[in-house]
Design a protein around this ligand. Structure first.
Ligand code: MN3
Length: 194
């Protein structure tokens, strides 16, 4: 199994003015591609697991019979691969609101605006590089979590609903150090919520 860069469902400039064209192009063709290349490279050394879904490899990383250094490579680059796949997928210039998700959020967090505030606070207070995710646990309960580096929710047995990339490569060209502004603008390009 050789992983390849997924196509975007929109143009690189489609998320302007919230995410700029150059950031999208570099993020997709350079950063995401690099995670894919490194994931393919480590899986090449382990053909016995190379056809298993990356989600399952991450969900059972400790149980894999491979060197710890290769587990770390799968954690980082398998995570980078999946995290970005979902990131491109949940963004769009056009809203496609998930009404069930919206109802579940209102039920769990009180209101959409309270949810957004908590999600933004989590994203702003994440130290260094990582992701903030809305996930479902195995009882289908929603949670907001922050993860360092390219860790995936699947490492913790959680299923991602959507996540925001808060590595500087996701926003620095346009927003420089203003992560809070990037995060609050990001709702405009998340298609799943109003
Ligand atoms: Mn990224």
């Amino acid at each position: 199994m050789q992983y390849t860069l997924p196509n975007l469902n929109y143009e690189y400039n489609a998320l302007e003015p919230y995410i700029d064209e150059q950031t999208m192009m570099i993020h997709h063709t350079k950063h995401h591609q690099a995670y894919i290349d490194k994931l393919n490279s480590v899986l090449q050394n382990h053909p016995e697991i190379a056809d298993e879904p990356v989600e399952e490899l991450l969900g059972n990383l400790e149980g894999l019979d491979i060197p710890d250094s290769d587990k770390t490579l799968i954690r980082n680059h398998g995570g980078g691969y999946l995290n970005h796949n979902l990131f491109w997928e949940v963004m769009s210039p056009k809203k496609d609101v998930d009404e069930q998700l919206l109802a579940d959020i209102e039920n769990k967090f009180g209101s959409l605006s309270e949810f957004k505030q908590e999600f933004e606070n989590t994203a702003v207070s994440l130290f260094g590089s990582g992701w903030v995710y809305l996930v479902r646990d195995n009882h289908n309960n929603l949670q907001i979590i922050s993860l360092p580096n390219q860790d995936s929710p699947y490492l913790k047995g959680l299923t991602p609903v959507f996540g925001i990339d808060v590595w500087e490569h996701a926003y620095y060209l346009k927003y420089q150090n203003r992560r809070a502004e990037y995060v609050s603008n990001w709702w405009n390009v998340l298609k799943l919520l109003p």
